[in-house]
Design a protein. Structure first.
Length: 259
C-alpha cells in the first residue's frame, strides 16, 4: 500500500492505495500550523481508524502548493510511516511534457490532475479543478500540457463578498431554488453558483474555439466540482478522485523507473 497526499491551499487530502484501489481517504485543514509530531499523530490515528498500519506502507508521494508545511509534513511521513516520500516537482517522471512558456511555474496539483486525466481519459482533454482557485488546463493528444487558465475559486468569490461588503453575510455555497432571488442569501448563492456555471461554459467554449479541438474531452474535479458539473452539459466527466489517482500514477511511474 502507498500513501498519497495532495496539499492544497485550503485542505490537505490524503489517500491510501492498494494497487489501483483507493482504500481510504481523509482530509486535514492546511492552514492550521502543526509540528511534524502533530502531523504524525494525526496521520497515525487516521490510518489506524481505517485498519491500516502506518509502518506497513511501502511508499508515499506528496504534491504541494504550500511550501511552508512541507518540512513538518515530510518529517512526519519519514518518522511515523517509515517512508521517504516522492515530491512532485522538477526531476520526477510524470509522462507529461509541459510546453508552456515557464514549465516550472505550473503547480504540482495541476500537473497531477493533468497526468490522471490523460492516463484515464486520453487526449486531448481539458481538466477543470474547482478548488481554492478554479483552473482549466489543456493537454493535447500527444500528452503535452499546452495551456492553462486560472480564475478565482467560488469560495474566494464568496469570501470577497462577505469581507468587502459590510452588510453581506458569510453563506453556504449551494444552488438556490431559483436564480430569481428575493432575499440576500439566495441572491448571493445565485450570483456565485450561476456565475461560476456561466464562466465555466464560456471558458470551455473559448478553449475549444481557439484550440480548434471541437471534440475535446472535459473532465472536472475538486470540492465544488460536482455542484457545477451537475448543472452544465459542457463538462463530460466529474471525477472526485482524479488528483489522488494522479499521485498514484506518478508514484507507479517512478517506482518502475527505480527498480
Amino acid at each position: 500500500m502507498i500513501l498519497v497526499t495532495d496539499v492544497g491551499n485550503t485542505n490537505m487530502t490524503l489517500g491510501v492505495y492498494q494497487g489501483e484501489e483507493l482504500k481510504a481517504t481523509f482530509r486535514l485543514t492546511t492552514k492550521t500550523p502543526r509540528t511534524s509530531d502533530e502531523y504524525g499523530i494525526i496521520l497515525s490515528q487516521l490510518l489506524h481508524n481505517n485498519g491500516i498500519d502506518p509502518k506497513g506502507l511501502e511508499g508515499s508521494i506528496v504534491a504541494s502548493v504550500v511550501p511552508d508545511v512541507m518540512h513538518a509534513l515530510i518529517g512526519a511521513l519519514v518518522r511515523y510511516t517509515g517512508t521517504r516520500p516522492l515530491n512532485v516537482g522538477p526531476g520526477i517522471k510524470t509522462g507529461l511534457r509541459i510546453v508552456t512558456e515557464d514549465p516550472r511555474a505550473i503547480g504540482a496539483d495541476r500537473i497531477v490532475d493533468a497526468v490522471a486525466a490523460y492516463e484515464k481519459y486520453g487526449g486531448p482533454v481539458l481538466v477543470l479543478d474547482f478548488g481554492t482557485a478554479t483552473t482549466y488546463d489543456l493537454i493535447n493528444g500527444a500528452g503535452e500540457f499546452t495551456a492553462g487558465i486560472t480564475a478565482p475559486g467560488i469560495r474566494i468569490c464568496s469570501e470577497a463578498l462577505w469581507t468587502q461588503a459590510a452588510k453581506l453575510p458569510n453563506i453556504e455555497i449551494r444552488k438556490p431554488k431559483s436564480i430569481l432571488a428575493q432575499e440576500t442569501i439566495s441572491s448571493m448563492q445565485a450570483g456565485l453558483v450561476y456565475g461560476q456555471i456561466g464562466q465555466t461554459e464560456y471558458i470551455i467554449r473559448k478553449v475549444k474555439e481557439e484550440s480548434g479541438l471541437k471534440h475535446l474531452k472535459v473532465v472536472a474535479t475538486g470540492g465544488l466540482g460536482r455542484l457545477i458539473a451537475d448543472e452544465t452539459k459542457s463538462i463530460d466527466v466529474y471525477d472526485s478522485s482524479l488528483t489522488l489517482d494522479g499521485l498514484r500514477i506518478i508514484y507507479d511511474k517512478n517506482a518502475r523507473k527505480n527498480r
